[in-house]
Write a protein of this length. Structure first.
Length: 400
C-alpha cells in the first residue's frame, strides 16, 4: 500500500510499504478515508525531533474497519471509526484514571504511545491507505453516517486538534464569562478559541501573525491580535481597558488585573521571536503568558516542547532546558497545566456536539488532497503558505 514516509529533514515521500496485518488479537485494520497533517508533524518534518527516517507519519486517523482480531468484541468490520492520536490500552493505572496520554502499557519504549510519532513507540502512522489500530475496542470511536459525508472533516478532527484545543481550555480553567488569550492561530489555537467560546467565555483574544489565520479567528467571534503590529500583551491590555464588555463596570483596584484570567499556549517551542519573526524564541509565548494572565489565573500549555531538539540553537535548548521567570508564577499564584491531550476524555462528547449541530470544527480545514499530494502539501504547510491552515489527506481520492 501507499504511505507517507519520512526520509530526513524536510523530506517526506509517498512510497509503497507492507500492508498492515492483525498482529495481536486485540488489533483492528482500518481503511483510511481521512488523515490530517498536523503542526506536530512539522516538528518532525523539520528535523527538530529524534524521529527515525523510514517512519510512516500520521496520527490523525479516521476510516472504516476492514478486519478485527479474535479478541475484538465491540468493533466490527464495516464500522466507521476515528482514533485518538494517543494509543491507549484502556486498563493500565493511567488509562483507568483517564490519562490515556500516559498509557503505561502500550509503548514498550516509554510512557505514552501514538501513531507515527517521535518518542511514542514503534507504531506506524495513518497517512497511508490502511492502519493497524492496537486495542481496537478501546481506541476506535464509532461514528454515524458514511464515508465522505458532510461530517467527514468534522469527525477527523476528533482524533487530535478539536480535543486538544478543548483540553487547553480545561487546563486554562475557562468558564462562562471568562477572558481568554490564545497564542497561536493554527488548527490547535483556532479550536482552543472555538472551545473557549463553546464553554461560554466572554472575551477571546487570538495572537498570531498570519492574516488568513487571524481572519478565521475573527470569523468565529474571537478578537485577532497581530504580534507584528506591536507587543501583543500591551495590545490586549489596551483592548481590555477600552473595549472589554465590562470596562465601565470595574471597581477601583481592578486596573491591577489588566490582562485575562485564562491563557493558552498553542504554539510550543518553535515560537517566533515577536520582535524578529525570522528567528525562533522558544520561551516567547510562555513569557507573554506570564505577563498577560492576571494574578490567580490559569495557563494551559498544549504547544509542544521536546526533550530532544537536534535543531536548537543552544546546548541547553537541545535538551529542552529554558530560562523562564518562575518567580512570577509563584508571585501571581498561577496554575499551569501542560502536556499531551488525553483525547479519549473528550472525543465522544465532542462527537455528539458535532452530531447535534452545535459544533462545526471543520471551519479550520483549508485543503483536501489525495495522498499523492502529501510531499508538496508538507512543503506548503511548513511554509505556512496562504490557504494552508489545515490539510486533510484523502487516500481514496486519486490525484488529478
Ligand atoms: P501550527 O504550526 O499550524 O500553528 C502554530 C501557529 O503559531 C502558527 O500559525 C504560527 O504563526 C503561530 N506562532 C508562531 N510564533 C508565535 C508567537 N510568538 N505568538 C503567537 N503565535 C505564534 O500548528 P498547530 O497544528 O496549530 O499546533 C500548534 C502546537 O500544538 C504545535 O506545537 C503542536 O505540536 C502542538 N500540539 C499539541 C498537542 C497536544 O496534545 N498537546 C496536540 C496537537 C498539536
Ligand atoms: Zn495532530
Ligand atoms: Zn494504558
Amino acid at each position: 500500500m501507499k504511505a507517507v514516509v519520512y526520509k530526513g529533514a524536510n523530506d517526506v515521500r509517498v512510497e509503497e510499504v507492507d500492508e498492515p496485518r492483525v498482529e495481536q488479537p486485540t488489533d483492528a485494520i482500518v481503511r483510511i478515508t481521512s488523515t490530517g497533517i498536523c503542526g506536530s508533524d512539522l516538528h518532525m518534518y523539520e528535523g527538530r525531533t529524534p524521529v527515525q527516517p523510514g517512519t510512516v507519519f500520521g496520527h490523525e486517523n479516521m476510516g472504516v474497519v476492514e478486519a478485527v482480531g479474535s479478541a475484538v468484541r465491540q468493533i466490527r468490520e464495516g464500522d466507521r471509526v476515528v482514533m485518538p492520536f494517543n494509543i491507549a490500552c484502556g486498563t493500565c493505572l493511567n488509562c483507568e484514571r483517564g490519562f490515556t496520554n500516559a498509557c503505561l502499557f502500550s509503548n514498550p519504549e516509554g510512557v505514552s504511545a501514538g501513531y507515527g510519532y517521535a518518542q511514542m513507540g514503534p507504531f506506524r502512522g495513518g497517512q497511508a491507505e490502511r492502519l493497524r489500530v492496537p486495542f481496537a475496542d478501546f481506541n476506535c470511536l464509532k461514528l454515524p453516517g458514511a464515508p465522505h459525508d458532510h461530517y467527514e472533516d468534522d469527525f477527523v478532527l476528533l482524533s487530535d486538534v478539536f480535543p486538544t484545543g478543548y483540553h487547553a481550555t480545561v487546563l486554562a480553567d475557562v468558564q462562562p464569562g471568562m477572558s481568554v488569550a490564545v497564542f497561536g492561530a493554527g488548527p490547535v489555537g483556532l479550536l482552543a478559541a472555538y472551545s473557549a467560546i463553546l464553554r461560554g467565555a466572554a472575551e477571546v483574544y487570538v495572537v498570531d501573525a498570519i492574516p488568513e489565520r487571524l481572519d478565521r479567528a475573527e470569523g468565529i467571534g474571537a478578537i485577532p491580535v497581530d504580534f507584528t503590529k506591536g507587543d501583543p500583551v500591551e495590545t490586549i491590555f489596551e483592548l481590555r481597558s477600552a473595549a472589554s464588555p465590562v470596562a465601565d463596570a470595574r471597581r477601583p483596584g481592578e486596573e491591577k488585573m489588566p490582562g485575562v484570567m485564562c491563557g493558552i499556549d498553542a504554539v510550543g517551542y518553535q515560537a517566533k521571536d515577536e520582535s524578529s519573526p525570522d528567528h525562533e524564541r522558544p520561551t516567547q509565548v510562555i513569557e507573554d503568558l506570564l505577563r498577560v494572565v492576571n494574578p490567580t489565573g490559569a495557563i494551559g500549555v498544549v504547544g509542544v516542547y521536546m526533550t530532544e531538539d537536534p535543531g536548537a540553537s543552544s546546548e541547553a535548548a537541545k535538551k529542552g532546558s529554558y530560562t523562564i521567570p518562575w518567580a512570577k508564577v509563584f508571585e501571581r499564584g498561577l496554575r499551569i497545566g501542560s502536556g499531551q491531550c488525553p483525547v479519549k476524555r473528550y472525543d465522544r462528547m465532542l462527537r455528539d456536539l458535532v452530531i447535534a449541530g452545535r459544533a462545526k470544527p471543520s471551519f479550520i480545514v483549508s485543503q483536501r488532497l489525495p495522498l499523492d499530494a502529501a510531499r508538496d502539501a508538507y512543503d506548503q504547510f511548513d511554509h505556512r503558505r496562504p490557504g494552508f491552515t489545515k490539510v486533510i489527506l484523502k487516500p481514496e481520492t486519486k490525484a488529478a
